[in-house]
Design a protein around this ligand. Structure first.
Ligand code: FES
Length: 107
């Protein structure tokens, strides 16, 4: 059986600056939302798996965000930490409709 999803508005696409993160709070869940240079919107958990750095404040390059605390590189598509470091963050599917981005959350 397909898992039900909750679809929650996160941003108007044109209001998101390219390659900068934005923190979006949905209940207890805090997301880091990014618009990449290719225009894709990504949403990941907003806490670095290392020591909880706020990923929305990190630098974005290509498909990665660099944690502002100790510069770990995290892929914003699969949530995996890159290079010699290990760990991952949760990622969330994003849908775009009529210039608006929504995140799909498990019910
Ligand atoms: S808290 Fe993110 S790299 Fe240390």
């Amino acid at each position: 059986m397909a898992q039900l999803k909750q679809k929650v508005f996160i941003a108007n696409i044109e209001e998101l600056p390219e390659q900068l993160g934005r923190t979006v709070q949905i209940g207890d869940l805090e997301l880091a939302v990014f618009k990449l240079s290719n225009g894709r919107i990504k949403a990941i958990e907003n806490r670095c798996p290392h020591r909880g750095g706020v990923l929305a404040e990190g630098l974005v390059s290509g498909d990665s965000v660099f944690c502002p605390m100790h510069d770990w590189e995290i892929n914003v598509t699969d949530g995996q930490v890159q290079g010699h470091d290990t760990g991952c963050v949760n990622t969330f599917k994003v849908e775009v409709e009529n210039g608006q981005a929504y995140v799909l959350l498990p019910e």
